[in-house]
Design a binder for this molecule. Sequence first.
Ligand SMILES: Nc1ncnc2c1ncn2[C@@H]1O[C@H](COP(=O)(O)OP(=O)(O)OP(=O)(O)O)[C@@H](O)[C@H]1O
Ligand SMILES: CC(C)(CO)[C@@H](O)C(=O)NCCC(=O)O
Length: 306
Amino acid sequence: MNELINFDEISREKWQELYRNNIPPLTEEELENIRSLNDQINMQDVTDVYLPLVHFFRIYKKNIEDMRFSKGLFLQKISKAPTLIIGIAGSVAVGKSTTARLMQTLLSRVFKHTKVDLITTDGFLYPNDVLKEKGIMHRKGFPESYDMEKLTNFLYEVKSGKTAEAPVYSHESYDIVPDEKIVIDNTDILIVEGINVFQSPQNDQLYIGDYFDFSIYVDANEENIEKWYLERFDSLLALAKDDPSNYYYQFTKWKFEDVIALAKNTWRDVNLVNLEEYIKPTRNRADVIIHKGDDHFIDKIYLKKY
Ligand SMILES: Nc1ncnc2c1ncn2[C@@H]1O[C@H](COP(=O)(O)OP(=O)(O)OP(=O)(O)O)[C@@H](O)[C@H]1O
Ligand SMILES: CC(C)(CO)[C@@H](O)C(=O)NCCC(=O)O
């Protein structure tokens, strides 16, 4: 990991020691609530990894608040605190949504009276008919498949304290959901999760990285991510088996080996290429890298030094 020269590598054991218990601990019941969001979450990760991470984020939060206060004094103008934005990036199927949901729950528990919202940049993909028109349906998830201008405008509106709307993507329909929006209003912390959150847009004037106050990259080796992608493909098929409106329904009628071949080819020809060419190169832009080993077990944390 030579390109991570600018990061301190911290083992899980060391990381969990760094948390000095001055955040109100979660109750058992609250931990149970988080578990219900995703049965597979290893609850040890919550106490060993995520609570220290929330504690670490507190340092960034305080720094930003102090800076805003000092700027306000200088300008003799105290303005409303802008929404803090946290970016979570990483490969398709590495577990970004799970990390993002956990962070959302923990942040709203730890910082009382704080409204924490979550969106995914999947909503800013062009709808399938536009992707087809552009001839890039096979490039879903690549930089050109996102409406980056729309995403940048959305982040700008959130930061400016305006009511902002994010479109919604569905894995089940494999498309943008028409007429569905997530409304972001009076949010204290917004988590933005997606494969492209640290990518530079084609237009040099716009850089979405400028809007992130804290950023996390979820990392794992490619063999593991492929495995998790194939497992998720399986879950999507199971979900689709009685629902002809589901995109994955068609594959439930295929021979088993053909479905496996399709999933493996999609991983190899689309998502792995995207990971190597466009997602992984943004890893060193994150403030924190969470590294997972087998079975999603978090074994290492990397913190940006400078
Ligand atoms: N901590 C975890 N423990 C066990 N399983 C997990 C964990 N995190 C994610 N998974 C599983 O890994 C798969 C991928 O996770 P998830 O859907 O969160 O990925 P993602 O990075 O958000 O993917 P995408 O970018 O395609 O939306 C899912 O099947 C999920 O249930
Ligand atoms: C929607 C994205 C791009 C990201 O979540 C991904 O899940 C995806 O659909 N990739 C395209 C190839 C595939 O079907 O896996």
